[in-house]
Design a protein around this ligand. Structure first.
Ligand code: EPZ
Length: 433
């Protein structure tokens, strides 16, 4: 298992380019299941979850090309021949977003067999709202042996009012409804930019969707969708992670190829902490020359402060003068990073859904363990300011959602390197045949 070795103390200075959004690329790749024509997606991030999605689609019979050349990060997907409408446990357990194939498979083939995702480090992660929505659209859903089986000759229009705001639930059911027979109204939808990006792709494929970007989506089902070309939006969480890295290290960083519109809540919070941020088209410049002051954060659905930035903000809070109260409202177990930061010298107390962070504390390097994607990003941030050399194990978590983060960080002055598992030395003497 790869590790990162990071020596803290360098301010980040220069320009870093943001990759495409993983959480948009995943539903957009699943959308290709809805047509027998080719879907081409540009600006795909070179991260592990995309490779997992590729394997998942290929296992169903799709033809998937995925290339990361200098000029392009592109995938072309053709699902003309779908011979297995199934997402098996071995793939779903590594990436719960695999459940995004549920809606499009039922819509396109009339049946889907998808493994229940099971929980993950940050919470139970049920998909009951996905199932309830599919039933509202006329699917018969059964559950056995850890799998969901959904069937429908043809999904019909319906009215879905989400009990809770769910990002992939909204995406899954949007993809189910676009081929439904009739009109579907979905209320209390997620408004994350990745949902709008998926809707824009579906519209390019011939879907009829109103209310994109709002919490109420109205879909007029069509009989067939065609292929399309689409560019994935920039990754606002990767951009936010680098914003915080520059603020914490007292740097002067330009984050290019991002969409500042998607970062409103974070930029507002960073301003509150004394960080200077200047937006300029598709770039944001962050200057960390002011001392950081503490601020409270409460994670909310978009456009509120994103839960996917909570761990990174906690790392910043350890460097801010004063007490920051961080409240995690979305997931029930998303403070795994806190104890690892405490081992580095942070002063953090967890009280249920709240983390009380008292700063500023000088962090000291330690051997730490990554537990999930954003927790591992927060440990990298902590290591960038820690005194000494931090070793972060299980960085495969971070490779799921950040494209070559160590190269991007090194490119703006960080002292970071990846050490792979030492391959066992070859046996000196050849074994007898
Ligand atoms: C998406 O997960 C993102 N993943 C997550 O990003 C992100 O943290 C999350 O949205 C919240 O913004 C992708 O887009 C691939 P939810 P999702 O359904 O859709 C509960 C990352 O780091 N819920 O919006 O799974 C759920 O338990 C990942 O990139 C139900 O109760 O999250 C949670 O408490 C981590 N029943 C809340 O809703 C359901 O059927 C929000 O979850 C579905 C969800």
């Amino acid at each position: 298992m790869d590790k990162f070795v990071i020596r803290g103390g360098n301010p980040l200075v220069g320009t870093v380019r943001i990759s495409g959004a993983k959480n948009s690329a995943l539903p957009c790749m699943a959308a290709a299941l809805l047509t027998d024509e080719t879907v081409t997606l540009e600006n795909i991030p070179d991260v592990r979850d995309i490779e997992t999605e590729r394997k998942l689609l290929v296992a169903m019979g799709a033809e998937v090309e995925l290339g990361y050349g200098r000029a392009h990060h592109r995938t072309t997907i053709n699902c003309r021949k779908l011979d297995r409408a199934e997402a098996t446990y071995d793939l779903v357990k590594t990436m719960r977003a695999s459940t995004l194939v549920l809606g499009p498979l039922v819509a396109r083939t009339g049946a889907a067999r998808v493994s229940l995702p099971g929980g993950c480090a940050i919470g139970a992660r049920p998909i009951d709202l996905h199932i309830k929505g599919l039933e509202k659209l006329g699917a018969v859903v059964t559950q056995e042996h850890g799998y969901i089986e959904a069937k429908a000759d043809r999904l019909k229009g319906g009215h879905i009012l989400f009990d809770k705001i769910t990002v992939t639930g909204t995406e899954d059911l949007l993809m189910a409804a676009v081929l439904g027979d009739g009109e579907t109204v979905m209320e209390n939808c997620a408004r994350e930019p990745e949902v709008a990006d998926l809707a824009n792709l579906l519209i390019k494929m011939g879907a009829k969707i109103e209310g994109v970007g709002t919490s109420t989506l109205k879909i007029h089902g069509v009989a067939k969708l065609h292929g399309a070309k689409h560019r994935i939006i920039p990754d606002r969480i990767e951009a936010g992670t680098f914003l915080i890295a520059a603020a914490m290290t007292g740097g002067d960083l330009i984050i290019s190829g991002c969409d500042p519109q998607h970062l409103g809540a974070l930029v507002q919070k960073l301003n509150e902490c004394g960080v200077k941020v200047k937006q300029n088209g598709d770039s944001i410049r962050v200057m960390g020359d002011n001392p950081l002051t503490a601020a409270d954060v409460s994670t909310e659905e978009y456009p509120g402060f994103p839960t996917d930035m909570q761990a990174q903000f906690m790392a910043l809070a350890t460097q801010a003068d004063g007490t920051s109260v961080i409240t995690e409202n979305i997931f029930e177990n998303r403070f795994m990073h806190a104890q690892e930061m405490v081992r580095m010298g942070a002063n953090i107390k967890i009280e249920g859904r709240r983390a009380i962070v008292r700063g500023k504390t000088q962090l000291s390097a330690a051997a730490v363990l990554a537990s999930d994607l954003r927790a591992s990003a927060s440990l990298v941030l902590a290591a960038l300011v820690a005194d000494g050399e931090t070793i972060i194990d299980r960085v495969y978590h971070i490779d799921r959602g950040y494209e070559r983060i160590e190269e991007k960080l090194r490119g703006v002055g960080a002292q970071i390197r990846r050490i792979g598992e030492m391959l066992p030395r070859k046996a000196q003497t050849a074994q007898p045949a």
